[in-house]
Design a protein around this ligand. Structure first.
Ligand code: SF4
Length: 466
């Protein structure tokens, strides 16, 4: 599967409009769910007989799988479309997919007439038909784009081919989509629709196909993954912990992770799963966004700083060595210095192994974009710097606490040095290991010997392999 989030450079050859494209290239921006969708689009086109191009230069169909979370991401889509034009004036067939496609739809075709296809995240299973439609439009000399931003009742998943053999030992598996929370700064409920949970049996089948294809670690994905519910083969109602328990019985699957969760959907069952299911990795990504109850209310997060910390406390009692991760927004409209101090306080209280932090970015169509008292970029920059300084200190401290630990690392890629491999610890840390004879995909016992700001050095001990 060709996939990269690098910036696109100008191209040099023309597609065969007559026969339709035969070589595709997918670029996914933004979250892991977009990465998953990009992988599924590629697998579907390959199942249609198309080839994965090694680079965009070699492709006659380029799919920009877009993210709508921040203004910069949207602007980038239009500049990337422009750069697809080739020196000889020709261009590949261009498809814009993902959340910008959903949010902007026809507007993309109006602003960028070189775009042939606009397809939303719930409709990409219809790409083969859209490619055919775009081909006909081109042959008919029409500049019209083939557009589909429908949110069909029957989800796309049923129309997608069985998972192909995976290039990496870890893979994503979308179990839940959409969101009903309507945080006032977020576009997801508008671009991905209402919360849906994929059927239990379909998820077990897809996980089995991934493991049969060589995958050792599966990350369950959802905008609100811990809101997932389903009915198992015995007709019992299950929450996410029930699905994890079932997958943990799968031979060959060594590790399970899940992301992204909402504090209000952290059930006691899921918290207990961190204690009881060995294959569930000791890592929890639980966004909070702010430490100020006043701002949390304005964000419509429907939880308080205290209720968030109470959940963290429960999780830590269930799994004391858990690595906690979070998301933060600085500069939300109306945020005072005192509100920001409350954010620093919750960071100190929660003590993160790592976390993501962003400046507030007004998104068209979201309530917060029209709120009074938008914060100046200078104040946002200054606050983001202070927050990241604290988070980096916590990350380094967490990495240091794991030095001396004997743990397992799943090897994922080659390192920079000859004979060096890089993998992930159970706490999702990057670990560099010199491991003669070991290969990508191996699970090895390692002693963590030193910690840097973003990764650790490990001493290889023995090969494990589930
Ligand atoms: S819970 Fe997450 S995905 Fe849902 S609206 Fe809030 S920020 Fe967006």
């Amino acid at each position: 599967m060709n996939q990269s989030t690098d910036t696109l450079a100008p191209l040099s050859s023309a597609p065969e409009a007559e026969d339709g494209p035969s070589r595709y290239f997918v670029t996914s921006f933004g979250c892991q769910m977009n990465v998953y969708d990009g992988e599924r689009m590629g697998e579907m086109l390959a199942a249609q007989g198309m080839q994965a191009a090694a680079s965009r230069e070699d492709a006659d169909l380029v799919i920009l799988n877009t993210c709508h979370i921040r203004e910069k991401a949207v602007a980038r889509v239009y500049s990337d479309i422009g750069r697809l034009k080739r020196d000889d004036g020709s261009k590949p067939m261009i498809a814009v997919a993902g959340c910008v496609a959903q949010a902007e739809g026809e507007e993309i075709a109006r602003r960028a007439p070189s775009v042939d296809i606009v397809v939303g995240p719930q409709a990409y299973h219809r790409l083969p038909q859209l490619i055919e439609q775009a081909r006909h439009n081109t042959l008919a000399g029409s500049k019209k784009a083939a557009i589909d931003t429908d949110m069909p009742a029957v989800t796309k998943f049923a129309a997608l081919p069985v998972r192909a053999k995976q290039p990496r030992p870890s893979a994503f598996l979308t179990v839940q989509e959409g969101c009903d929370k309507f945080c006032t700064y977020c576009v997801v409920p508008y671009t991905r629709g209402a919360e849906i949970s994929r059927p239990f049996a379909d998820l077990v089948d897809e996980a089995k196909a991934l493991v049969d294809g060589g995958v050792k670690e599966i990350t369950l994905l959802g905008q609100n993954v811990n809101a997932w519910t389903g009915t198992d083969a015995k007709g019992r109602h299950q929450g996410l912990e029930g699905l994890i328990e079932q997958l943990a019985e799968m031979p060959g699957l060594a590790r399970i992770r899940y992301t992204t969760s909402h504090p209000n959907d952290m059930t006691d069952g899921l918290i207990a799963a961190h204690r009881d299911i060995a294959k569930l990795m000791p890592y929890l990504h639980l966004p909070v966004q702010s430490g100020s109850d006043r701002i949390l209310k304005a964000m419509n997060r429907s939880h308080t700083a205290a209720s968030y910390l109470a959940i963290i406390d429960k999780v830590r009692r269930s799994r004391p060595d858990i690595a906690l991760s979070g998301d933060f927004i600085v500069g939300f409209p109306g945020e005072t210095e005192a509100d920001f101090e409350a954010t620093l306080d919750i960071v100190r209280a929660a003590n993160y192994a790592q976390a993501y932090s962003f400046k507030y970015s007004p998104r068209p169509g979201t309530p917060a974009a029209d709120m009074e008292d938008q914060i100046s970029p200078e104040i946002m920059d200054e606050r983001l710097q202070r927050l990241q300084d604290l988070l980096n200190t916590q990350q380094q401290a967490f990495n240091q606490t794991t030095v001396g630990e004997r743990t397992q690392v799943l090897l994922e890629r080659q390192g920079r040095k000859p004979g060096q491999l890089v993998g992930k610890s159970p706490w999702l840390q990057s670990v560099h290991v010199m491991a003669d004879g070991a290969r990508i995909g191996d699970l090895i016992d390692v002693e963590l010997v030193s910690a840097g700001p973003n990764s650790l050095e490990g001493r290889a001990l023995t090969l494990v392999n589930a």
